[in-house]
Write a protein that binds this ligand. Structure first.
Ligand SMILES: *Cc1c(COP(=O)(O)O)cnc(C)c1O
Length: 251
């Protein structure tokens, strides 16, 4: 495909993404106002898993800066491609999916944050990997960590049980190369999202009581962001409503 052939497609996709972004921002703003919150308190993380780096580039043109991936290899490749497509765009990459500890060393070369930390063994692996990457000049800043809360303690879906989260927060706070940002959660499918996000807010409050700077509550996706914003979410993670339906399996 020549650059010229590419242009009409790109323009159509840009318009599609711009329209979707406007709609998502309106949903977030409506939800915030309904909860007597300032819409500016709620950030937007675009979950770009399965979508190409060219889409991420267009989203940076539209002003987005935070992107989420759920697989280390896919994220590494996309981050590298984006760095050539938009070398000057201010971008922060978040890992939002379940992570094997043996991926930590490669992940810390490109990811700014891991939003899905759920065990002390993973904390230790990330601390060690981030320390090596900082020493090697492969990253400039500590790795931001969110603790993923499992509201229903289903071990298959990832996340730490509610009661284990405060101790994990203390462990992250004691790491020299990690920065505790707060908590993240996915509402279980068989629970009302309001109930799930109310529990997440309680856990977030406990974490914040011990670590006042850990103010991030990453909750809410395409289907339930209104309920999450009503319960104090400070970041919604949106894939489908922004980029469209994913045809490739992603989890
Ligand atoms: C895929 C994914 C999202 C986005 O989900 P959508 O329903 O497409 O908005 C958010 N959070 C996590 C952890 C995900 O894996």
């Amino acid at each position: 495909m020549t650059a010229q052939d590419d242009r009409p497609d790109t323009d159509a996709r840009r318009a599609e993404l711009a329209e979707a972004l406007t709609a998502v921002r309106a949903r977030v703003a409506d939800a915030a106002r309904a909860a007597d919150r300032d819409p500016a308190e709620v950030g937007l993380l675009a979950v770009t898993k399965t979508w190409p780096a060219t889409d991420v580039a267009l989203l940076t043109d539209l002003g987005l800066t935070a992107f989420g991936e759920n697989k280390e290899q896919e994220g590494a490749a996309k981050a590298a491609e984006l760095a050539t497509l938009r070398p000057d765009a201010p971008v922060r990459w978040h890992v939002v999916g379940r992570l094997q500890r043996n991926k930590a060393r490669s992940l810390v070369r490109w990811a700014h944050a891991v939003d899905s930390v759920d065990s002390s063994r993973l904390v230790d692996a990330l601390e060690s990997a981030a320390g090596k990457a900082l020493d090697a000049g492969e990253r400039a800043d500590p790795l931001e960590v969110l603790l993923q809360v499992s509201v229903d303690a289903d071990p298959d879906r990832g996340g730490a049980p509610v009661d284990e989260v405060p101790a994990l927060a203390d462990r992250v706070a004691g790491c020299a190369h990690l920065h505790l940002g707060g908590v993240m959660a996915v509402a279980p499918q068989d629970m009302a999202p309001e109930e799930a996000f109310a529990t997440v807010w309680e856990v977030a409050t406990r974490v914040r009581a011990a670590h006042p700077h850990a103010t991030t509550v990453s909750a809410g996706m395409s289907g339930d962001l209104e309920a999450a914003v009503a319960h104090g979410s400070t970041v919604v993670r949106v894939g489908t409503a922004l980029l469209g339906r994913r045809w490739l399996p992603s989890v």
